[in-house]
Design a protein around this ligand. Structure first.
Ligand code: PMP
Length: 304
């Protein structure tokens, strides 16, 4: 697969307008409207593929090693050979956001099984399709970061670890989409998902933290979560700030009786949660530890 992206016909000094964005697909940069995959692609027909959501801050990919490692682990877990080396994929990401003139943006890397026949057998797919989209992203309304958001508990549980394991960032997010629909119906921006045991796992696209008695608590990997990279960064920042953080089992009771709560994700960054299922969390406003961590996170992403 060639990685020498053709020099874009325009190399914008300022970010491309949304209609003119260039997308990297199988080694070429093409205008967004021409970036297409086959209707026979198993990523589309069966959710058969993996992806990553990554940020670029101040012209640098945030946590590139962790994101690319998770992508390649996800691919390995579904027996998908990406066919491009990690180094080359990182270069392709850089090529793409620079070609679009971005200094701060969101990056979506997608690897599908590729076009096959209409049967489910992945061996019938030829070679994987790899594409990279760079764009601006607003997962939640900006005003919520200061106010905190209300969420509900979804009736849909997070995938059982022996189903499609939540540790795989697969293209099959239908379970989470169903939970998000429940959130939409309830008029809130996110939904909390429990696991098959009824314990807290995570939200539809974010990891969950609570604060109790000055200490952070978050569900462990064994609770059926995606090992969030923002989650790990927050745990490291907490350590530097002398805030104790434990990975543990959380039940809804722990959430309802928490002093503070927030969620983390590449798209969301760090978002306070001030109400769950109509109940105020703590004082019903973003708490002091949440605010400290938000501040530390913003400082960190610009330095690293
Ligand atoms: N959980 C799920 C289900 C996700 O899709 C994501 C990514 N949006 C996260 C957690 C957060 O992970 P990260 O911090 O690596 O983006």
């Amino acid at each position: 697969m060639s990685l020498t992206a053709p020099t874009p016909t325009h190399a914008p000094a300022t970010p491309s307008s949304p209609a003119n964005l260039l997308v990297w697909i199988d080694g070429k940069l093409v205008p967004k409207a021409e970036a297409c995959v086959s209707v026979y692609d198993h990523g589309l027909l069966y959710g058969d593929g993996v992806f990553e959501g990554i940020r670029v801050y101040a012209g640098r990919i945030f946590e590139p090693v962790a994101h690319l490692r998770r992508l390649y682990d996800s691919a390995r877990s579904i027996r998908l050979d990406i066919g491009v080396s990690i180094n080359d994929l990182q270069k392709a990401i850089e090529t793409t956001f620079r070609a679009n003139g971005f200094v701060d943006c969101y990056v979506r890397v997608v690897v599908t099984r590729g076009p096959g026949d209409l049967g489910i057998d992945p061996n019938k797919s030829g070679k994987p399709v790899v594409f990279i989209i760079t764009d601006k992203i607003n997962v939640f309304p900006p005003e919520l970061y200061a106010r905190g958001m209300s969420i509900i508990t979804s009736s849909y549980i997070r995938n059982h670890p022996n189903s499609t394991p939540p540790r795989i960032k697969s293209l099959n997010y239908l379970n989470n989409v169903l939970a998000k629909i429940e959130a939409n119906d309830a008029g809130v921006p996110e939904a909390l998902m429990l696991n098959h045991l009824g314990n807290v796992s995570e939200c539809t696209a974010d990891n969950v933290f609570i604060v109790r008695d000055g200490q952070l608590r978050t569900p462990g990997i064994d609770q059926g979560i995606l090992e969030g990279i923002t989650r790990r960064v927050i745990m490291e920042l907490a350590k530097k700030l002398d805030i104790c953080c434990t990975e543990t089992v959380l039940q809804r009771h722990d959430v309802y009786t928490a002093d503070e709560m927030f969620v983390t994700g590449t798209g969301a960054e760090v978002m306070p949660v001030t109400q769950v299922d109509g109940r105020p969390i703590g004082t019903g406003t973003p708490g002091p530890i949440t605010k400290r961590l938000i501040e530390a996170f913003h400082a960190h992403v610009r330095q690293s």
